[in-house]
Write a protein that binds this ligand. Structure first.
Ligand code: AMP
Length: 112
């Protein structure tokens, strides 16, 4: 597995992204292939390949990602109507980019 992914290039601004939030630890941007009217990805700036690679030291970072997802849903006006937060893990879980990311999407009725 490569040590870097396309998300590193977004963090370093080598490739463009529609960034909706940034701080010293995380970045959030619009998914290039949105599954819903609002679809953001929230990623840590320091690469962790999969959730399986996260450890106790990442606990606060993971919580920060989750709370940012909820803040961004509120900003996007979909907090009350509802949205989904999802992290895919490894190939069988649908993970394609091996740099952990939360999907936050909504703005339409989501099926189970
Ligand atoms: P996953 O399948 O969980 O690994 O999700 C990867 C997500 O990254 C997909 O929803 C893609 O549409 C999204 N994606 C891939 N490349 C880009 C990009 N350059 N900018 C924004 N989103 C991207």
């Amino acid at each position: 597995m490569s040590d870097t992914t396309i998300f590193d290039k977004i963090i370093s601004r080598e490739i463009p992204a529609d960034i909706v939030y940034e701080d010293d630890q995380i970045l959030a941007f619009k998914d290039i292939a949105p599954k819903a009217p609002v679809h953001y990805l929230i990623i840590p700036k320091q690469r962790i390949a999969t959730l399986n690679d996260a450890s106790q030291k990442d606990q606060a970072l993971l919580g920060h990602m989750m709370l940012t997802a909820s803040n961004l849903a509120a900003e996007a006006g979909i907090a009350e109507s509802g949205y989904r937060v999802q992290m895919n893990v490894n190939k069988g879980g649908g993970q394609v980019v091996f740099h952990i990311h939360l999907h936050m999407f909504g703005g339409r009725q989501l099926a189970e």
